[in-house]
Design a protein around this ligand. Structure first.
Ligand SMILES: [Zn+2]
Length: 368
């Protein structure tokens, strides 16, 4: 059995260590020390991803990847966790950081329990990435050829325990730079081509928001202009498109670029479009052993199981693309990326018990 009080204490300790994306050095060192204290061999790569390995205990089995990320979204620091009525929140001025420190805490509690009770488990590969919130930066820069795992569990989702993600979208990063012509806004505006106007026409004409059940797009950032009295010659618009069907994503991305191209053409401006596929969609077969194991153990523990598609990518997209099929499970985190982020202690405990059960089930013992 796990120890709920210890689990909660670990979680509180972790969220009190500031770790917005790009500032993970302190939490990385803390986690490396904790993994080493639990007997894992660790390595940290050049970008700060932490990998810990421990051989099988009391049996054997295929290497199992346990995936979480150590960065928290945005720039919030000084998180002050509070517990009220069995729910952990921030003080309301910052995120909580349950995304993804609830996952990290669950993994640490499972490793602690396995070690102290000498329980059977397969060889475990614990990967804690940096920069997940920047578009899977850490996982994309991880040398996945060094991973030994046959399959994996990603702890980085919300919803009821028992709801699991077996399909995630592809994502295109779309950077559109409108090049206009600058001019004095009062003396000779007719000599200018207003890049902000061109960008506005492009944004107004492009598809936006939810396209269908598995397809979305967004404009997230717009930057441009230098002064009130200068016709702006340059605007950068950063957006994205996602779909769990690449056959839908490619034409959607093309339509977004075309909307800007047409606006540039009408106004005599020039468009520079940079499109990059950040990560690739996947769908696990329900017969995959990792899916069967998690679903089976969740049912046995009394959870209603639902295998679903997600609108968001995780590090699991990268590992699955690298040949390590990953299921994404809920840690109980809720309203993530907002100051209302919270997690119920009961859900945190249930997630950790599910993880412990699944790890035990994946151990091949002499009697099984
Ligand atoms: Zn996350």
């Amino acid at each position: 059995m796990i120890q709920p009080d210890r689990l909660v204490q670990t979680f509180l300790d972790l969220v009190r260590i500031d770790s917005p994306s790009n500032f993970e050095a302190e939490i990385g060192q803390h986690l490396q020390a904790r993994l080493q204290a639990l007997g894992l061999e660790t390595e940290m790569d050049a970008v700060g991803n932490l990998v810990g390995r421990t051989p099988a205990g009391q049996g054997s089995g295929d290497w199992l990847l346990l995936s979480t990320h150590m960065d928290t979204v945005g720039t919030d620091r000084g998180i002050k966790p509070m517990i009220r009525d069995g729910v952990i929140t921030s003080d309301g001025t910052t995120i909580l950081g349950a995304d993804d420190k609830s996952g990290v805490a669950a993994v640490l509690e499972v490793l602690t329990t396995l070690a102290e009770q000498d329980l059977p488990h397969p060889p475990l590969e614990v990967v804690i990435t940096v920069g997940e919130e920047l578009g899977l930066y850490g996982a994309r820069n991880l040398d996945t050829s060094r991973l030994r795992s046959r399959h994996g569990i990603v702890l980085d989702s919300g919803g009821p325990i028992g709801h699991m993600v077996i399909s995630a979208p592809s994502q295109d990063n779309i950077r559109l730079i409108v090049h206009g012509v600058s001019a004095h806004a009062g003396a000779e505006p007719e000599k200018g081509i207003n890049a902000i106007r061109v960008a506005a026409e492009g944004i107004a004409a492009m598809p936006l928001g939810r396209i269908d059940a598995e397809t979305t797009c967004n404009v997230g950032i717009i930057e441009g202009g230098t002064a009130r009295n200068i016709v702006p010659d340059r605007v950068t618009v950063i957006g994205e498109a996602r779909s769990r069907d690449n056959a839908k994503l490619e034409p959607l991305t093309a339509r977004i670029v075309q909307a800007f191209q047409a606006a540039a053409g009408r106004n005599g401006a020039r468009l520079e479009a940079i499109v990059a596929r950040t990560y690739t969609t996947y769908r696990l077969d329900e017969s995959e052993p990792i899916v069967q194991t998690l679903a089976g153990e969740a049912r046995r523990l009394g959870h209603e199981v639902k295998l679903r598609g997600s609108g968001g990518g995780t590090d699991g997209n990268i590992y699955t693309a690298a040949g390590i099929p990953c299921i994404v499970i809920s840690t109980g985190m809720a309203e993530v990326h907002t100051p209302h982020e919270h997690i119920a202690i009961a859900d945190m405990v249930a997630c950790t018990e599910l993880l412990l059960a699944a790890v035990g089930r994946l151990a091949v013992t002499r009697n099984s």
